[in-house]
Write a protein that binds this ligand. Sequence first.
Ligand code: DX5
Ligand code: ZN
Length: 216
Amino acid sequence: MIKVSPSILSADFVNLERDIRVLAEQGADYVHVDVMDGAFVPNITIGIPVVAAIRRITKLPLDVHLMIERPIRYVEDFCKAGADILTLHVEADTAANTRAALEKIKALGVTPAVSVKPNTRAEAVLPFLDLCGLILVMTVEPGFGGQSFMEDMMPKLRQIRAWIDEKNPCCELEVDGGVNAKTARICRENGANVLVAGSAWFKAADPAAFGRELKA
Ligand code: DX5
Ligand code: ZN
């Protein structure tokens, strides 16, 4: 089953409650929350108190994407704030710390996940695949919404899909960046089952219909 995870980075922050409350009836499966620290990526977004506030207004699973240095420092806080899936970047710390952070997330009853930036090879997820409930392949350079989809990430996506099917078939495979109706199809054909959409979702005249298109 294909799932859609709208990225609230493109929501209207003045009306964040309104924009999030409507997502469930529009057919969203998750709420994608982009956390940026101005160090791992050149942008700063939202943090722990906002995740906790969002938790109070939706029953949809919170798909929290941490684009922060040394995420192990904060994983417990994000789990307690209400994340359901917590994604770390493999580039953000040593392999040992990444593994320790994923174990901590799992022990707190939250789904551990790792993400890879465009220049990171597929192999970088292998040491963590056994622990993860989701792998996120970035199809733009993380940091900003509204960028163009990188189709050259598709061989990486296919390779990771093959490893998931072989080693951890329950693991989900998510793409993030530049997803629209056309690129969603390419992602599905290459093995993704969770599609993040930010600007395309929030710009859509009819987000429910757009969501159905992403899944079609
Ligand atoms: C980028 C973020 C994305 C972003 C996607 O660093 O991780 O989740 O919101 O936005 P679009 O769909 O506009 O590319
Ligand atoms: Zn994201």
